[in-house]
Design a protein around this ligand. Structure first.
Ligand SMILES: C[S@@+](CC[C@H](N)C(=O)[O-])C[C@H]1O[C@@H](n2cnc3c(N)ncnc32)[C@H](O)[C@@H]1O
Length: 324
């Protein structure tokens, strides 16, 4: 069911209840920041896999990343946390009004022009400037001009993704697209209570209360390890134990199988939980060998799980929509 918006809300914002009514239309929008593992395309699958009444609690996302899931969910009350301070600062700046669609346009037009003239030297100049000053608009520029839309930092915390080698990247239509994405997330946050916090997932989960809903999308074990992402079996085990002890409902995104193997972590921790799965292909990977079709799974807490018949109905509708 879609909650009608108050007249002061932007008409482009759809707030959902996640109650058992099938959301007829979930056309996910992309946020302004790109990242590997971004969940935009999986939003319809995620949103159709659980129920939660968002009028009663807070949406808690301890690994918010680019914010693709939280912004599309558009709840009124949100705790958006991540260990990567650059992501959090970027969205905090939009929330504070320091970054607006017009400041974004001016910035990208000016830097885009310099990039077109000077080529990759300008990309690397911005990268050095960002690694010194950590300006959120420079972060946006890098995220949209780097190789493959990657976010990756070296062991000292310096952003180290190379240039995408397209100096003419920031043309009018591309800038307008990014400006509209900034406008969209800004509208989603308006008249709603969004908290952006740099913190470890353990602290974030500590805030959960019984009517809240937690969506977790941690790094995949053994993938994209960098300064802000060091995820191993031990961390994954600790997270799984904490999720099982939560006082509220949750959904946990992870891969369930690929061409070579099953995810045994999933079986070990959640074989007694409802698990829904879909096919998804990750185009971005550090190595070619890791770029395989993956079955993406969502572990859903019993409290948020849908009745079996409803689940089957939603699954069929999603398969039809995706042409599977
Ligand atoms: C797979 S990404 C999340 C992607 C996100 N769902 C999206 O659609 O963009 C995982 C995120 O976890 C964050 N992260 C890694 N370790 C963390 C930790 N210990 N505590 C909190 N966040 C962490 C990373 O910075 C990264 O943004």
């Amino acid at each position: 069911m879609v909650i009608p918006l108050s007249s002061s809300d932007s008409s482009s914002v759809t707030r959902r209840t996640f109650t058992s009514t099938f959301p007829k239309e979930v056309r996910p929008k992309a946020p302004p920041i790109k990242s590997q593992g971004i969940k935009t395309k999986l939003v319809p699958f995620i949103f159709r896999s659980f129920s939660w009444d968002m009028r009663k609690g807070t949406w808690i996302e301890p690994f918010v990343g680019s914010g693709a899931v939280a912004f599309n969910a558009a709840p009124r009350c949100v705790i958006a946390a991540d260990s990567n301070r650059h992501l959090i600062r970027f969205y905090q700046s939009i929330k504070d009004g320091r970054i607006t669609p017009s400041t974004t346009r001016r910035f990208l037009e000016s830097e885009g022009e310099k990039l077109a003239k000077k080529g990759e030297d300008h990309y690397y100049a911005i990268r050095s400037r960002f690694n010194k000053d950590e300006d959120p608009l420079d972060f946006l520029f890098l995220s949209r001009a780097c190789f493959n839309g990657m976010i990756r930092f070296n062991s000292k915390g310096g952003y180290n993704v190379p240039f995408c080698r397209k100096p003419e990247r920031f043309r009018g239509a591309y800038i307008t697209k990014i400006v509209n994405q900034v406008g969209w997330v800004s509208a989603v946050m308006k008249h709603a209570d969004w908290q952006f916090i740099v913190q470890d997932w353990r602290v974030t989960l500590g805030d959960a209360r019984s009517n809240d809903f937690v969506y977790v999308d941690p790094p995949y074990i053994g993938r994209h390890t960098d300064y802000f992402n060091s995820w191993d079996e031990k961390e994954a085990d600790a997270l799984a134990a904490s999720l099982r002890a939560l006082p509220c409902g949750f959904a946990y995104s992870m891969w369930s199988r690929n061409r070579y193997r099953e995810n045994e972590h999933l079986q070990r921790w959640f074989s007694d939980y409802p698990i829904v799965a879909t096919d998804h292909f990750y185009h971005v990977g550090p190595q070619e060998t890791l770029r395989n079709a993956m079955e993406e799974a969502l572990v859903v807490s019993p409290k948020s799980a849908l009745p079996h018949t409803e689940m089957e109905r939603r699954k069929k509708a999603l398969q039809l929509e995706l042409g599977l």
